[in-house]
Ligand binder design. Structure first.
Ligand SMILES: *[C@@H]1O[C@H](CO)[C@@H](O)[C@H](O)[C@H]1NC(C)=O
Ligand SMILES: *[C@@H]1O[C@H](CO)[C@@H](O)[C@H](O)[C@H]1NC(C)=O
Length: 159
């Protein structure tokens, strides 16, 4: 059994697959993430994720946020303490005044780690994530800003 598991582990390394994740996705806890450093507006990012049978990333809780942020840093997402170095999040107002929801289905966001003072502008209807003064968090941004994006999907297996 152990040998067999080793064999599977090595096989998945060679095929670039991480347990329970589609190709080019990385496993973090029960989720799989795909990082794209291409800078696109929120709508294009949303479509790119859907085309991969995934949705734009949202954090479930603080642990998910921390572990996923480690992955993003490893994948060279530039978090240079600047609002221009952000990634898109799967939340926006869907055209409703100042009520941020899951863009996927309009449901409530599971966790909203807003940066201090955010959200703050009525012209900013999409959510991004960046580092400001050593603190990472959500921010409201104009949806036509150009940022890298991260797609997520549920892992299919437990391990
Ligand atoms: C899309 O993902 C869901 C789970 O998130 C899975 O059940 C389904 O088979 C996937 N479809 C394709 C075409 O990959
Ligand atoms: C945090 O979210 C992850 C999903 O990414 C889940 O596996 C974990 O159980 C959650 N932790 C708590 C304390 O809810």
């Amino acid at each position: 059994m152990y040998r067999f598991l080793c064999f599977l582990a090595i096989l998945s390394l060679f095929s670039g697959l991480e347990a329970g994740c589609p190709p080019y996705f990385s496993r973090v806890g029960p989720k799989c993430y795909h990082v794209s450093l291409e800078k696109v507006n929120w709508f294009v990012a949303d479509r790119r994720c859907r085309a991969m049978n995934a949705t734009l990333m949202v954090f479930e809780n603080e642990t998910d946020r921390e572990h996923t942020t480690d992955l993003l840093i490893k994948r060279d997402v530039p978090f240079n303490n600047d609002w221009r170095d952000a990634v898109w999040i799967g939340g926006n107002t869907l055209g409703l005044p100042r009520e941020f929801v899951l863009s996927n289905d309009g449901g409530a966001l599971p966790f909203t780690p807003w940066l201090p003072g955010e959200p703050n502008s009525k012209d900013e209807e999409c959510i991004d994530y960046f580092r400001r003064a050593e603190k990472f968090g959500y921010n409201d941004a104009p949806c036509l800003s150009l940022f890298p994006f991260v797609c997520q999907t549920k892992a299919l297996s437990k391990v």
